[in-house]
Design a protein around this ligand. Structure first.
Ligand code: VGL
Ligand code: ZN
Length: 199
């Protein structure tokens, strides 16, 4: 028997127009995502949730600029403008996003020294967030991903889901991308290679 869940990635103010790491047209996906929630028995929301001293912020690396790439102990890391600082308005969900239907709100990126794009593992690809166990305990096999940003947190989450043996689909119309140095094309290719269905 297959059981499905909608996984809504990081639909937060800082990723929407006017936010600290605004994704073009990011708020255009809120209404479609709200509508999709009605078609799924389970909805999970994720929230990018960083302390102010987070290592992914360019401001915490003297001399570095936002969008530079640096080497961290766990691999390459893009540096970002300060965003989704816990407790800030930017970290809150977009005000029009329906929160009530969510069974689970999962926060990620709260450890100062490691970023977490994926909803399943931090960027070392080893430290689990606990989402796999939650979904497995509920016998959920099929995951549909939507949200922000398509080429970072959505793609990394969907790829990890496929690697873990879930059936993973990304509905691109309900996503928007940052598209930094070809990241969107690379993410699409990586998703296809991992067996993610792009719908
Ligand atoms: C994200 C960059 C940094 C995302 C989060 O949600 O795609 N991107 N933190
Ligand atoms: Zn982040």
């Amino acid at each position: 028997m297959s059981q499905s869940a909608l996984i809504v990635i990081d639909v937060q103010n800082d990723f929407c127009p006017g936010g600290a790491l605004a994704v073009a047209d990011g708020d255009a996906i809120v209404a479609p995502i709200n509508a999709m929630m009605q078609d799924f028995p389970v909805t999970v929301l994720t929230q990018d949730w960083h302390p102010a001293d987070h290592a992914s912020f360019a401001d915490n690396h003297p001399g570095a600029l936002a969008y530079d790439q640096i080497d961290m102990p766990y691999g390459p890391q893009t540096l970002w403008p300060d965003h989704c600082i816990w407790g800030s308005d930017g970290a809150k969900f977009h005000p029009a996003l329906h929160i009530d239907p969510a069974d689970l709100i999962l926060r990620k990126g709260f450890r100062p020294h490691i970023d977490s794009y994926s909803a399943f593992f931090e960027n070392d690809h080893e430290t689990p967030t606990g989402l796999r166990g939650y979904l497995q305990d509920r016998d959920i096999t099929d995951l549909t991903f939507v949200g922000l940003a398509l080429d970072f947190c959505v793609a990394w989450s969907a790829i990890d889901a496929a690697k873990l043996g879930f059936r993973a689909t990304v509905v691109e119309q309900a996503c928007r991308a940052i598209d930094l140095n070809g990241s969107l094309a690379a993410a699409r290719q990586a998703m296809q290679e991992a067996g993610v269905t792009l719908a």
